[in-house]
Design a protein around this ligand. Structure first.
Ligand code: PMP
Length: 397
């Protein structure tokens, strides 16, 4: 078994969740649309699960939750659905420069459909510039979509302020809460967000399930057309075992989030302090405090992130250079470039993301091996300056 420090890419399903799901693959397999009593069992558990997911974000009505197949689908429903629904009011949508790739590509898609899409810039910490956001808003703006936190560098976004700006101007506000949902509570009765994307796997539920929260009265056009399930907003037979798992995961997470986030924050701070103290020319990407409790994102001068990942792989440690969803492109991270880093700086990144099953011993192991891996790579790198090479050699002799 490897030491797994890539929770932002995928999480294991909690045993308690799995146990809850099993009967719905077997004896309780019926379709909630069926009129017989087995169908009633499925309908009951579907509605009970909806209630649990609603409670997770303190949504007043369970019907505010629409189950989908993934966070990507929820983002599609939010952006395409809201843009189409509001196109008579205006044609302008605002996203940020550091959104998850699903939102960035939805922005491009909406542009191809004739909408105008603006991208709010961020500061050096990857936090969006509220002054710039306000300046981008026009009478034609119908939707703002900014994630609760960067899924790469972990910077927490000023969601309360954005929702205030949006609601004053009667603009819909959507947030993709996937990166933060395991550590930062959301209370829609305190912060008036119109649309929220949630994912099951990011709270240790199964993959293949997501949800979109829709504030009462907010309308979106469906993007999947069919039998009219989910109040007509998302057709297709409901994935009952997945939804049951999602709901159980939400229930556990609501109960354990505060303690879990505190424990992970301490481990995160331990690894950040140690890396910055022991590895010369290492930097923390993102904000030092306003960041996800699970996120430690570093940059090391003179070396490539990919070679670091391979070095860690030899030690049986699973880590990432950034977002798994963008790893198929050779381009440097759009988030780091938006934060003002140069291409060569953006290439030297390492993302350690922690989670429910991360132990202190895992953190101690990475603290033990990382300085040696960085040093070995720097000794081989033609970019390492002579004074640093000399420093490494002096330590060795
Ligand atoms: N939004 C964010 C912030 C994500 O990190 C991800 C990927 N985990 C997604 C959306 C898309 O999730 P999925 O691939 O499960 O659809």
């Amino acid at each position: 078994m490897s030491i797994y420090l890539d929770y932002q890419a995928a999480r294991p399903v909690d045993e308690r969740v799995l146990t809850e799901m099993v009967p719905y693959f077997k004896e309780k397999f019926a379709n909630p649309s069926s009129l017989h009593c087995d169908g009633d069992v499925a309908t009951d558990i579907l509605e009970q699960s909806r209630e649990n997911v609603a409670k997770f974000i303190n949504a007043p009505n369970p019907s505010d939750i629409i189950f989908t197949s993934s966070a990507t689908e929820s983002n599609n429903l939010a952006l395409i659905g809201a843009a189409l629904n509001r196109q008579k009011k205006g044609d302008h949508v605002i996203i940020s420069e550091i959104e998850h790739i699903s939102i960035l590509n939805l922005g491009k898609y909406l542009e191809r459909q004739g909408f105008k899409v603006s991208r709010v810039p961020v500061d050096q910490y990857g936090i969006i510039r509220l002054d710039k956001l306000e300046r981008l808003i026009s009478d034609n703006t119908i939707l703002i979509s900014v994630a609760t936190a960067s899924n790469e560098v972990g910077s927490l976004q000023p969601i309360n302020e954005i929702s205030e700006i949006a609601s004053k101007k009667k603009i819909l506000f959507h947030t993709d809460a996937v990166a933060s949902e395991s550590t930062i509570p959301i209370d829609v009765q305190k912060v008036p967000i119109d649309l929220i994307t949630l994912s099951s796997n990011d709270i240790y539920g199964p993959r293949g399930v997501g949800a979109l929260y829709l504030k009462k009265g907010v309308r979106v056009n469906p993007v999947i057309i069919g039998g009219g399930q989910e109040r007509g907003m998302r057709s297709g037979s409901e994935n009952i075992p997945g939804i049951v798992g999602f709901a159980k995961a939400a229930e556990i997470m609501k109960e354990e989030m505060t303690t879990e986030a505190e424990r992970l924050r301490k481990l995160r701070d331990k690894v950040i302090k140690s890396v910055l103290d022991t590895i010369p020319k290492s930097h923390l990407n993102g904000h030092p405090e306003k960041r996800l409790p699970i996120n430690a994102h570093f940059r090391f001068d003179y070396i490539e992130g990919e070679s670091l990942i391979l070095g860690l792989k030899d030690e049986k440690i699973a880590a990432a250079t950034g977002s798994a969803c963008s790893s198929k492109t050779l381009e440097p991270s759009h988030t780091l470039i938006a934060m003002g880093l140069l291409h060569e700086e953006a290439h030297g990144s390492l993302l350690l993301s922690l989670g429910r099953f991360t132990k202190e011993a895992d953190i101690d192991k990475i603290i033990e091996v990382l300085p040696g891996i960085v040093k070995r790579l720097r000794i081989l790198s033609p970019l390492t300056p002579p004074d640093l090479l000399k420093q490494y050699k002096e330590v060795d002799s």
